[in-house]
Design a protein around this ligand. Structure first.
Ligand code: BG6
Length: 302
């Protein structure tokens, strides 16, 4: 059952640091303000929508044309792809990237940490509709920590008696000054599946640059990569654990226009670098095991 605004504010608000409000489309949102940064998180999808360190441009991109509504995914922020990434393996009628980003999550815990960080822990609310799409007993939590850096941890438990295969991603949209001038480092020499070339396997030569539609799943990737952004004179460092793949995505103008929620030049100000377990890198989770997909985003001057 969806939580009401009054209950959230009564049980979890922290004066000057955390409160809850309703935005258009009837979505409930947590507004977090710390000394070092601020963020907003929708309870639907446990979807971080914005994050801005104090004195910086936003790190996370949210489309000016993002649509907010019950059961609709939001264009921007950190959508949670779970329990599969991309199209479902066997049933094309099931939603792309799973259902976690469009259902209600319950806020279960808030912590005010000693170094001024605020941590919110959400748990996906199972329902008949979710069980119809995913029969496994697998409680999942999304734990978001806001401070100078942003940390996101997606923790899945296999509470059933059979193993299952899990795909997941933190589908993060980053704000960039001009995507045509950005370089992504850390993926040099790694293989990727090129989704704009029928999934052909290729090898990355040099840093990744964006001058057309890019939709790639890099495989077996390392735990650190970096977006260098000369227009904003900064680099965004992405550190991860529990992730075997990195997805790099920019729809470019034609696809962005078709999507209808990017705006005319929206694609130039964003880049998705997704901390994932996708394609052949999906995770096998045995009964009793917990899988933690963790990403930390921090900004440094270039
Ligand atoms: C990326 C996929 O992760 O997400 C792309 O690799 C996809 O193929 C993109 O287009 C956006 O997906 P959606 O469902 O949010 O429009």
């Amino acid at each position: 059952m969806a939580t009401t605004l009054d209950v959230l504010n009564r049980d979890f608000a922290i004066k000057g640091k955390l409160h809850f409000k309703e935005i258009s489309g009837g979505l409930l949102v947590a507004e977090v303000t710390t000394l070092h940064g601020k963020a907003t998180i929708a309870l639907q999808g446990a979807h971080l929508m914005t994050f801005q360190p104090t004195g910086q441009e936003p790190v996370i991109w949210l489309s000016e044309l993002a649509k907010f509504g019950r059961g609709k995914s939001i264009r921007g922020g950190v959508p949670v792809c779970w329990p599969w990434f991309g199209p479902h393996a066997t049933d094309s009628k099931l939603p792309g990237h799973g259902y976690a980003r469009t259902v209600d999550w319950r806020l279960v815990q808030v912590q005010s940490l000693s170094d001024e960080r605020i941590r919110l822990e959400f748990e996906l609310e199972e329902s008949e509709a979710t069980r119809a799409q995913w029969p496994h007993r697998s409680p999942v939590r999304n734990i978001i920590t806001v401070g100078r850096a942003l940390e996101v941890e997606l923790a899945t438990t296999n509470a059933g008696s059979e193993p299952f295969t899990l795909g997941d991603a933190l589908h993060t949209y980053f704000t960039v000054g001009d995507v045509r001038r950005v370089t992504v480092h850390g993926l040099e020499g790694y293989d990727y599946l090129d989704k704009v070339d029928q999934g052909t396997r290729k090898q990355q030569v040099g840093a990744v640059t964006i001058g057309q539609e890019v939709d790639r799943i890099y495989l077996n990737t390392p735990s650190v990569c970096e977006i260098r952004d000369p227009a904003l004179q900064r680099r965004i460092k992405i550190s991860s654990s529990g992730s075997h793949s990195t997805v790099v995505w920019n729809p470019w103008i034609e696809k962005a226009t078709k999507m209808g929620d990017f705006g005319t030049d929206g694609h130039l100000g964003m880049l998705c670098v997704e901390t994932a377990n996708a394609a052949e890198d999906v995770v096998q989770l045995a009964p009793g095991q917990v899988h933690r997909l963790v990403a930390r985003y921090e900004v440094e001057p270039l």
